[in-house]
Design a protein around this ligand. Structure first.
Ligand code: FMN
Length: 376
């Protein structure tokens, strides 16, 4: 792989984009690898790397974001932006520099995490109550990393007050953020629907840097409504992109992202899911995850997919703990004349849809550098 030629994670005015959201414990390296093979995404954002009392070293970044060892891209060539979470401007800036030394091509700053432990320790959404500190973090990071490395900020609408987005967005832009992503809810609103997209339109119109809209986009219809309300051309998909692995492709097609392909509507039967789940299991094993936790992740995934309904067969597998047993049960369901319809989502042969076969040679005993760090 020619590392000089690798694309970098970047939002540009006038170029629509579909970004995979950072989701700690969900969009891990295996999920990023799989979704990037399916297509539609412009880039991914990594799960956050926490910067608390000490500055994480290169090793931490390479464990958390194994893509850094391959030019900052997944094996299918999709760029991954590294996300940092912390409240001390100098330490976060020092960490950003380490991330760049480790291979990061772009840095995102997390000002949205609602977790109590994170907020108690001065990170994530708590900074939305302190626009000047938020500004100082963005500006210090911007000044520390080379000019060609994009720096972005991911915000919520506010801590409790949705109007806080106006001042926080302005402070992030003044600090030198190349773009901001806004999860259209306050910290107090947690993840409860709806998302409040309305304020994003005014922020986008005033700001002068791109605004990436995020929150409650589960279907292309949601995306269109969000676009109508906000006027945004850039979108971040979180749970929706995982619940429906075809959503990113459909969104890219709707937005006219160059190279996007149209996707047929499908009924998501066991036969449709099976190849995807097998591939995810193989990728997770290649990244060093043991079988039981892989089975947990698969059930977590199907549970999320079932949110929209239509996965009645999930009931038949949700209490199975062993990976082999779980996949065997889904294979049996896929072979059953009662449930086996539709084209498989993923070819059950050696090649990924984009022709990439690079990761297929990996096994559970693959090199340690591909292993993600244990949970933060
Ligand atoms: C399980 C989970 C983990 C998350 N982890 C992160 C994270 O590490 N960094 C971050 O900025 N946002 C994180 N988020 C927030 C998402 O990036 C996104 O803003 C949110 O889920 C709303 O988008 P959605 O409605 O499309 O899912 C997380 C969300 C979930 C559900």
């Amino acid at each position: 792989m020619n590392l000089q030629m690798m694309p970098i994670p970047k939002i540009e005015p006038g170029r629509p984009a579909v970004v995979l959201a950072p989701m700690d414990g969900v969009t891990d390296p295996a999920m990023r690898a799989l979704l990037s093979e399916l297509g539609g995404l412009t880039f991914c954002v990594s799960e956050f790397v926490r910067v608390s009392q000490t500055v994480p070293g290169v090793k931490v970044f390479r464990q958390t974001v194994p893509e850094l060892a391959t030019g900052g891209c997944t094996q299918a060539g999709l760029p991954v932006q590294v996300q940092l979470l912390g409240g001390d401007p100098d330490r976060v800036a020092a960490a950003a520099l380490v991330a760049v030394r480790a291979g990061a091509q772009a840095v995102d700053l997390n000002f949205g995490c609602p977790a109590k432990t994170v907020n108690r320790h001065d990170g994530g959404a708590t900074l939305l109550q302190h626009p000047d500190r938020l500004h100082a973090i963005v500006a210090t990071v911007r000044a520390a990393v080379p000019a060609h490395v994009p720096v972005s900020a991911k915000l919520r609408l506010g801590w409790e007050d949705m109007n806080a987005i106006h001042v926080n967005a302005e402070r992030a832009a003044a600090g030198g953020a190349d773009w901001i992503t806004v999860h259209a809810r306050t910290k107090s609103q947690g993840y409860r629907p709806p998302a409040y997209w309305q304020p994003l339109g005014a922020v986008r119109a005033r700001l002068g840097i791109p605004v990436v809209a995020n929150g409650e986009i589960w279907t292309v219809e949601d995306l269109k409504r969000c676009r109508d309300v906000t006027g945004c051309a850039h979108f971040m998909l979180g749970r929706g992109a995982v619940a429906d692995p075809t959503l990113a492709q459909a969104a890219a097609w709707e937005l006219g992202v160059p190279g996007a392909r149209s996707v047929a509507a499908v009924t998501k039967t066991p036969a449709w899911w099976l190849g995807l789940l097998e591939r995810f299991a193989a990728l997770s094993a290649a990244f060093g995850r043991p079988p039981r936790p892989i089975a947990c992740r698969i059930k977590q995934w199907l549970h999320l997919a079932d949110r929209a309904g239509g996965l009645s067969w999930f009931d038949a597998v949700k209490r199975i703990d062993g990976l082999t047993e779980l996949l065997d049960r889904i294979r049996a369901l896929a072979a059953s004349p009662l449930t086996a319809v539709d084209e498989p989502a993923y070819p059950r042969s050696a090649a990924a849809p984009n022709g990439s076969t690079i990761l297929l040679g990996l096994s559970p005993s693959s090199p340690a550098r591909l292993r993600p760090q244990g949970k933060r």
